[in-house]
Ligand binder design. Structure first.
Ligand code: CA
Length: 240
C-alpha cells in the first residue's frame, strides 16, 4: 500500500485529502509544516509527498528544493498544491523539483490522477502491475508468487523484496538502496537485515529451483539475474 505524506497547514484541506486518499487505498500521514515533514521523511521515505506551496516557516517550494539537493530524497515524488493566485509562479515550483502541481481548489479525481501518474513514472514497482522474470511471476493484486503456475510461499517482507528485484532485473542494488526502496528507511534498520531477508527469500525460492536467481555481488550488494545467466532450468530447456 503506497504511503503518502500530506504537508498542509490548513487542517480542513489536509483531512479531506487524507480521507480521499485512504478511500483509494493509500496510507496517509498529515503534517502542518516543513520542519515536521522533514522529521517524517528522515525516519522513513514515503512513496509520495503532497506538498502545499504556502506553509508557515519554510515554504513548500524551499523544502522541495532542499530535498532535491540531497541524495536520499532526490527522487522523492512530489505533487505540489498551489493557490490559483500563484499560478504565474508555477515554473518556480517545477524548477524546485515538484513532479507535478495542482491549483486549489482541485477535485479529488484530479489529485488521484496526478498521484497515480507520478507514482507510475517514478516507481513502476509501486503500481499494481504483475511482474515476471524467467519462471517467476509475482502479482501485487493477489499478493501471489508463482513459479510456472506453482505457488511459492514467501513472507510479506520477502514479497516486497522480490517485487523490487523482479521490477529491476540485472541491476545491482546496495543494501542501503534496498532498505530505502523496500523498507522505506535506511536510517534505523541495520544493513544486516537485508542479508537476513535475502537468505529467507532464497530459501523460499529453493523448492521451485529459483534460488540462484538472487545473486550476491561481492562488495556491492544483490541483483536478480535472468535465468539465462544462471543456467536454463530443466523445464525451459525441455520445452524449447
Ligand atoms: Ca497553506
Amino acid at each position: 500500500m503506497p504511503r503518502i505524506l500530506i504537508v498542509e497547514d490548513e487542517p480542513a484541506i489536509a483531512e479531506l485529502v487524507a480521507l480521499n486518499l485512504r478511500h483509494s487505498g493509500y496510507e496517509t500521514q498529515c503534517v502542518g509544516s516543513s520542519a515536521d515533514a522533514d522529521t517524517v521523511v528522515r525516519t522513513a521515505l514515503p512513496d509520495l509527498v503532497v506538498l502545499d506551496w504556502m506553509l508557515p516557516g519554510e515554504s513548500g517550494v524551499a523544502l522541495a528544493r532542499r530535498w532535491r539537493a540531497q541524495a536520499r530524497t532526490r527522487n522523492l515524488p512530489i505533487v505540489m498544491l498551489t493557490a490559483r493566485s500563484q499560478e504565474s509562479d508555477l515554473v518556480q515550483g517545477l524548477d524546485a523539483g515538484a513532479d507535478d502541481y495542482l491549483g486549489k481548489p482541485f477535485s479529488n479525481a484530479e489529485l488521484l490522477a496526478r498521484i497515480r501518474a507520478v507514482l507510475r513514472r517514478k516507481a513502476p514497482e509501486s503500481t499494481d502491475v504483475a511482474v515476471q522474470v524467467g519462471r517467476l511471476s509475482l502479482d501485487p493484486t493477489t499478493m501471489r508468487v508463482t513459479a510456472e503456475g506453482q505457488p511459492v510461499h514467501v513472507g510479506p517482507t520477502e514479497f516486497r523484496l522480490l517485487r523490487f528485484l523482479l521490477s529491476h532485473p540485472e541491476r545491482v542494488h546496495t543494501r542501503a538502496q534496498l532498505l530505502d526502496r523496500v523498507w522505506g528507511d535506511h536510517v534505523f534498520i541495520e544493513e544486516r537485515t537485508v542479508d537476513v531477508h535475502i537468505k529467507r527469500l532464497r530459501e523460499a525460492l529453493a523448492p521451485a529451483g529459483c534460488a540462484a536467481m538472487i545473486e550476491t555481488v561481492r562488495g556491492a550488494g544483490y541483483r536478480l539475474a535472468r535465468p539465462a545467466e544462471v543456467g536454463a532450468s530443466p523445464a525451459s530447456t525441455a520445452s524449447a
